[in-house]
Design a protein around this ligand. Structure first.
Ligand code: ZN
Length: 102
């Protein structure tokens, strides 16, 4: 079942990273046989510990790149918030223990 989030055309946040796949297609007459390999943008992400690759069209890249950046920023912010909360909790508990012991 698709959620409203998944149905959106443009992803808001995406895990993983944008990469560029480079390969030679194997056709002897193709420019890649002698020149530079074909480049395909892709989203590399992991599901259950396994890395997956989703190739993207050039048009999809800006939205995916933005969503990946938003995800990283959000994760960083959440991590910072959690660390601050932890520091406060530790200080509170230590202060309580310190005063009750005396
Ligand atoms: Zn080729």
């Amino acid at each position: 079942m698709m959620t409203a989030l998944a149905r959106r055309d443009r992803p808001r946040v995406l895990p993983g990273s944008l990469i560029t796949l480079r390969r030679r297609c194997g056709k002897p007459t193709c420019r890649c046989a002698t020149g530079s390999p074909h480049e395909t943008p892709a989203l590399s992400y992991s599901v259950g510990g396994r890395t997956k690759m989703l190739t993207l069209s050039a048009e999809e890249v800006p939205a995916v790149a933005a969503a990946v950046a938003r995800y990283r920023k959000a994760v960083k912010a959440l991590e910072a918030e959690a660390r601050a909360e932890l520091a406060e909790l530790v200080a509170r508990v230590e202060a309580r223990r310190g005063s009750s012991r005396r």
